[in-house]
Design a protein around this ligand. Structure first.
Ligand code: ASP
Length: 336
């Protein structure tokens, strides 16, 4: 009899624990922040149609990631869903719409990081991968390495069953014209730093907090127009353009990569929170508005912390950006 009671009690306890866990999950904060690049994005240079197209794409990407999070999916799966959406759009400098190198090629970089395990995957200089972010994820999940480059990365992609796209898939007239313009300016002696920022870069990124409390970050880019000699930017460099750590935050950057690499932007923000106890906003202000500005580095980033606080600082004229919170509330903005 005693044993019977014990079994019933234990059973009840287990049901209660499972119930409260499910309730905690249902109430857990979760959210997603995305960017579609920072630069000299001015309202006066934008048509209403173009602005509407950008906003619509950002919203679609947010909804794609939100669906994953709402169903209880992992932060990195949401990040991936949002990013592939933007990679497939010619509006952004990633996947289709990637900028051209000085040799007239598209060379793409991407990275992902999992805040729970601190595992990461990155690829650089790939030329035939439709969704570079998915290859970065495969590097994290299915290889023993963190970063693969160029031909080796594509060889790995083939082994993983990725379809290789012809180079012409990545061609867009607008990016081609930007390359011609950049070459002209270069001939006139204009330094890369002084070239119009919207002509040089773009990049897409996403950071998310899921219902289980795990953070994830991802960034994907074509890099900078007219880049030379196999140049790699900050996006695929863990700690510079992309970083996630459950102990602090998840970060994805966009801007003049050379500066973001030297300032180790994403890891700096995480460290200021983890070791110095700064809030997400304070850490972002310190790095984006002070450190980077002092160095002369233009750009911005998106970040989310383990409690769901979000930040989208930038020191350029504009940054395509948006967020969605657990209640489904969306904000999308472009200008300062
Ligand atoms: N950060 C990227 C790079 O330097 C470009 C960008 O975000 O616009 O490759």
């Amino acid at each position: 009899m005693k044993n019977g009671c014990m079994i019933i009690c234990c059973g009840l306890c287990m049901v209660l624990v499972a119930f409260s866990q499910a309730q905690a999950q249902a109430q857990a904060p979760f959210g997603l922040v995305i960017h579609g690049g920072a630069g000299t994005i001015l309202k006066k240079n934008m048509t209403p149609e173009k602005e509407a197209a950008y906003k619509a794409k950002l919203e679609e990407a947010l909804r794609a990631g939100y669906e994953v999070l709402k169903q209880g999916g992992a932060s990195l799966d949401a990040v991936q869903a949002a990013i592939t959406h933007m990679e497939d759009s010619p509006l952004f400098n990633a996947g289709k719409g990637a900028v051209f190198t000085a040799d007239g090629k598209n060379e793409m970089d991407a990275a992902v990081m999992d805040g729970k395990t601190l595992k990461a995957g990155a690829i650089t200089g790939v030329r035939h991968i439709k969704n570079p972010i998915l290859l970065a994820r495969a590097v994290m999940d299915k290889s023993e390495h963190v970063m693969l480059t160029g031909d080796g990365a594509e060889k790995f992609a083939k082994m993983q069953g990725f379809t290789m796209m012809p180079e012409k898939y990545f061609y867009t007239e607008e990016r081609w014209k930007s390359l011609q313009k950049a070459k002209e300016l270069e001939k006139q002696g204009v330094k890369p730093e002084a070239m119009p920022a919207d002509k040089k870069h773009g990049t897409v990124g996403a950071v998310a907090l899921d219902k289980a409390g795990n953070l994830g970050a991802g960034t994907s880019t074509g890099g900078m127009t007219n880049k030379k000699f196999g140049r790699v930017g900050d996006a695929p460099i863990i700690g510079s353009g992309t970083y996630a750590n459950n102990a602090s935050c998840a970060v994805s950057c966009t801007g003049h990569g050379e500066y973001f690499i030297r300032a180790v932007v994403a890891h700096d923000i995480s460290s200021l929170m983890q070791y110095k106890g700064l809030t997400l906003q304070q850490a972002c202000d310190e790095v984006v508005m002070r450190k980077l500005v002092t160095m002369g580095g233009e750009g911005g980033l998106i970040a989310i912390d383990s409690k769901g606080a979000m930040a989208m600082p930038f020191n350029s004229e504009g940054m395509y950006r948006g967020s969605i919170t657990a209640d489904g509330k969306i904000t999308v903005e472009i200008y300062k």
